[in-house]
Design a protein around this ligand. Structure first.
Ligand SMILES: Cc1ncc(C[n+]2csc(CCOP(=O)(O)OP(=O)(O)O)c2C)c(N)n1
Length: 340
């Protein structure tokens, strides 16, 4: 298939994942499969509830990009390392262990939501698990990530911060200032640009002076590389390596080349992309690929996969029931957690 950033991927495995030995044990792979499946079903349920007007505000789905998140978030120390992202933020906390119920309740604006129902889709949060938020302002998470990484270094803690960034955030000042600071201060941070080719309806070439975005790292003396973000195994290999280097105080920049299957948000019909283009990427659906791999390699049988699917479906139904039956926040909650 035509691949954006093909030049950038010259040194990265672009196999679709099956080339070498799996960089996961069988148990880890089953765990990742369960998480990717849960993420997909969670967002499908969210989309359904959104079209029924049960969820208000914006709602940006991560569907299609799961191999990128799964590869990185399966490689950190859960409950110790930090991750932070933009507003496409339902899936990262699921990968980090946040239960689906409080995430769904947040989408519904309920008091039992992870942000007390006051954040909604773009502002998920789970500090005890190290998920330091979804951020609605494009690039807003990047300087916060610098603060997290600096705090870890200052306290002499062995933590890494993963900072996920959209391609549309690469031209903003804070991105460049943050990369510069990370380089000067030798911060334990991995910047991951998830290059899904579009910033809302605008193709990358119209928003960025260069389209091989990892090359920005060159200007800041930072290790940088591109990875095929649809290839779970390639992402995992890359993640293990860059996280280790970042932990030793060498900040890293990775461009994960990926694609969102849905529109920018639930309100976007995606008219700026051809059906053929979307189909080419859908043919590399990370969930289907992983399911195929598990079967082909005898790690799970058809029956076992069916059983996991039933369990996940049940779990998501429970999440929706929890959200629907939860109370709205009290009016007085408007005055809580307000800083000025
Ligand atoms: C400072 C700021 N400007 C504009 C917007 C409106 N906006 C929301 S999403 C978006 C595009 C961002 O695209 P990208 O960073 O590539 O992330 P993706 O949606 O592709 O994951 C824009 C311009 C915003 N939220 N914040």
């Amino acid at each position: 298939m035509p691949r954006r950033g093909a030049a950038a991927l010259k040194e990265a495995p672009a196999s679709g994942g099956a080339s070498d030995e799996a960089p996961f044990s069988n148990d880890q792979l089953v765990d990742v499969y369960r998480k990717v499946l849960a993420a997909r079903r969670f967002e499908e349920r969210a989309a359904q509830a959104y079209t029924q007007a049960k969820i208000g505000g914006y709602c940006h789905l991560y569907i299609g990009q799961e191999a990128s998140g799964a590869g990185f978030l399966s490689s950190i120390r859960l409950g110790w390392d930090y991750a932070i992202t933009a507003y496409r933020d339902h899936v990262a906390p699921l990968f980090m262990g946040t239960p689906a119920g409080p995430l769904m309740a947040e989408l519904y604006g309920k008091a039992t939501g992870v942000s007390g129902g006051k954040g909604g889709s773009m502002h998920m949060y789970d500090a005890p698990r190290g998920f330091m938020g979804g951020w609605g302002i494009v690039g807003g998470q990047i300087p916060i990530a610098i603060g997290l990484a600096y705090a870890s270094k200052y306290r002499n803690e062995d933590r890494v911060t993963l900072c996920f960034i959209g391609d549309g955030a690469a031209p903003i000042g804070a991105f460049h200032e943050s990369l510069n600071l990370a380089g000067i201060l030798d911060l334990p941070i991995v910047f991951i640009i998830e290059n899904n080719a579009y910033a809302m309806g605008t193709a990358l070439k119209y928003t960025n002076s260069r389209t091989d975005l990892h090359m920005y790292g060159e200007a800041y003396g930072m290790d940088h590389r591109a990875v095929d973000g649809m290839d779970l195994f390639a992402v995992r290999r890359c993640a293990v390596d860059v996280i280790e280097k970042a932990r030793q105080g060498r900040p890293q920049l990775v461009e994960s080349i990926t694609y969102r299957f849905r529109g920018h948000s639930m309100a976007d019909a995606g008219q700026y992309r051809t059906k053929e283009e979307v189909q080419e990427w859908r043919d590399r659906d990370p969930l289907e690929w992983l399911e195929g791999y598990l079967k082909e390699h005898g790690i799970l049988t058809e029956d076992q996969i069916g059983h996991i699917n039933d369990e996940v479906r049940h779990e998501m139904k429970e999440a929706v029931d929890f959200a629907e039956n939860s109370p709205a926040p009290e009016a007085g909650a408007l005055y809580e957690n307000v800083y000025a």
